[in-house]
Structures are given as structure tokens and as C-alpha cells.
Design a protein around this ligand. Sequence first.
Ligand SMILES: C[S@@+](CC[C@H](N)C(=O)[O-])C[C@H]1O[C@@H](n2cnc3c(N)ncnc32)[C@H](O)[C@@H]1O
Length: 307
Amino acid sequence: MSKDESQERESKPRKHIPVMPKEVLQMLNPGDHDIYVDGTLGMGGHAKLVLAIIGEKGKLIGIDQDAQSLKKAEENLHIYKDQCVFVQDNFKNLNKILKRLGIRKVDRILLDLGISSFQLDNAQRGFSLRNDGPLDMRMDQDSQLCAYDLVNSLSEKEISNILKEYGQERMHNRIARFLVTERAKNPIETTSALSHVVLKAMPQGKKRERIHPATRTFQAFRIAVNRELEALDASLDACIDALSPGGRLVVISFHSLEDKIVKGRFKTLEAANRVRLIVKKPLRPSEEDVQHNSRARSARLRVAERI
Ligand SMILES: C[S@@+](CC[C@H](N)C(=O)[O-])C[C@H]1O[C@@H](n2cnc3c(N)ncnc32)[C@H](O)[C@@H]1O
């Protein structure tokens, strides 16, 4: 089950708990004076743990493309404010960000992919199929394209491809056909309207699945809106380039598409003698972790050290 799926099983706002905190600290292994880049700052959960270790001379570059999340992180990290630089941007622009800040090399980088409970719980952001809201799904609210545009403008074939590729949805053709038929009557404007059409498209047996039948469709459109896989693919080499020798990159992914990209890039970088892989197989959350935080269930953590 992916983080999105496990998140969708609950409908009440949740206390924010960072995923696999023990493993993240062990694998990042931060030290005094380190420059730590959190490329997916979210609410600053992991960052707070790292800041407590790197001491007063350490520094956090906290990046998030979501302005609301960044504001929340600033509040949560206010006791460390003199050590923090908050940047609203995509982590794929890491090189430019560091250049702008006059920083040549950093020591630790964390990418904890996907969306946070803070984003999912806000109905107005349109990520959740359980809380009705506009079909938005943009992490970066300054970007032009939202889920409404994809759902209401793409061809049946294009929608089917998105559902197949990013949602791994077996009913991709059928859902795409229903969406195109329904939107010809009325545009699909809300999360509940989208989830309603998907339910309608599902054969009886599929409606009794463990997860909500529209979960994969929502995941697919979210990944497409935010170009999540492209950003990840374009970033891993740049992250390694930004590290000083001995520096580490930790990536936590939540579905097989992301993990495949991380595994593949890390292997190539290892073969080119640019990194050493600290764990051969991805670390998985402990039972205890999953009990405290159902979002952790599908997490896979990989770590590469710059040679
Ligand atoms: C799972 S949350 C991170 C939670 C965080 N580790 C914590 O403990 O609070 C992922 C965050 O990364 C942001 N994000 C995802 N992809 C991004 C990207 N390509 N560039 C910048 N931010 C991104 C999302 O907006 C979200 O706030």
C-alpha cells in the first residue's frame, strides 16, 4: 500500500509524525557544523530532528515547492531560525538554489517524497478523495496546471496512459472512457465528482477493494500534475554533485515507480564510482513505526554516500 493509500484510510486530521525517524538519522548520520539540505521540508519534522544534532554551527537549507508548507515549517522550526534558510522552489533546482546562496558543497541531503498529511488534510488543496474540494492537486500553487485541466482537457488516450503509468491502474481504459463521457455532460470540478465517476466505472468486484477504488486514479493525476517522477529523475545526479566527499543523500519513496528511479540512478552512480551504497536493499519501516504512523507502511529508504 502506498503512503497515499494509507493516508486515505483515515479521514481525521493527524498529528504530523516524520516517517522512519530512527533510520533517517542513522543513515544521514549528521555531525556538528553540517550543512543539511532538506529538499522536501514539509512541516519540518525530519529537519527538527537533524537540527537538534548538528548544533548551533550547523545550517539547514529547507526547500519545499509549497508555500503553505514552508510557512508551517518556519513556525515549527522557529527556535532554530538563525540557522535556517527557507526556499520555496522545486528540489530539481538544487544547483541553482545553492549557487544563489553562495554555497558550494553540502554534507547531508534528504528527499522524503510525495505529499504530507498537512496537504492531504486540507480539502481546498484537492489531494484527498475523502474531503470534497476543488480538483487542484498542485504542490506549487503558483504553477499553471492543475488536476482540473488534465481531467477535463486531455484526450481519452492520454488520460488512460496517465492512469496506467502513474497509477498502475488496471481499469485505466474503462475509467478514461467514463471520464470522457461524463465530462461531455458537465465538467468534472471537484474531488468528489472525480471519485464518483471512478466508482461508477468500476466493475462490482472492484468496488469492494481494501482501498478506495479511486485511490490509484488520484495518485496518477497528482503525479502528473506535479511532474513528480521527472523532478526526481532530474535531481539525483545533481544532489550527488552537490555533496562534499563522504556526504550522504537519503531518499524515502512511497511507491514502486519512485523506488525504481532511485534504485536505477544509484546503481549507475555506483558503477561510475561516484557513490558508495550504504545499504544494498532499501530499508523498510519497523512494525513499531507503522503502528505509530500508518503513512510509513510503504516507505522504502535508500542511501548513497559521495566518494
Ligand atoms: C512527505 S512531505 C515531507 C515531510 C517532511 N519530511 C516532514 O517530516 O515534515 C513531502 C513534502 O515535499 C514537498 N515536495 C514534493 N516534491 C517536491 C519537489 N519536487 N520539490 C520541492 N518540494 C517537493 C511537498 O510539497 C511536501 O511538503
